[in-house]
Design a protein around this ligand. Structure first.
Ligand code: SF4
Ligand code: SF4
Length: 81
């Protein structure tokens, strides 16, 4: 597994437990904590930095911070060189 050092900052105090971020994530990064009605950012290294979760959260509870120096992210940009 590649350690991408991406970061997703979650502010639980702003979260209202709507589940939209969990539904928006098309990869397996976000899981759902049914007991606490909160997202769990479990596999951050698999994040594709699409910002869907951040943009669907109207409470501003999520900040996606890609590591732009990571090898994996640079591979995406290589396609456009
Ligand atoms: S979209 Fe925002 S408010 Fe809704 S569950 Fe996710 S973090 Fe919480
Ligand atoms: S940025 Fe995209 S891939 Fe990453 S956790 Fe959010 S929805 Fe999932």
């Amino acid at each position: 597994m590649i350690d991408t050092k991406h970061e997703i900052v979650f502010h639980p105090e702003k979260c209202v437990g709507c589940g939209l971020c969990y539904k928006a994530c098309f990869v397996d990064v976000i899981r759902w904590d049914e007991e606490n009605k909160k997202p769990v950012f479990k596999y951050v290294e698999d994040c594709e930095h699409c910002f869907y979760c951040e943009s669907v959260c109207k409470r501003g509870a999520i900040e996606v911070k890609p590591n732009y120096a990571s090898e994996r992210l640079l591979q995406h940009f290589d396609r456009y060189r």
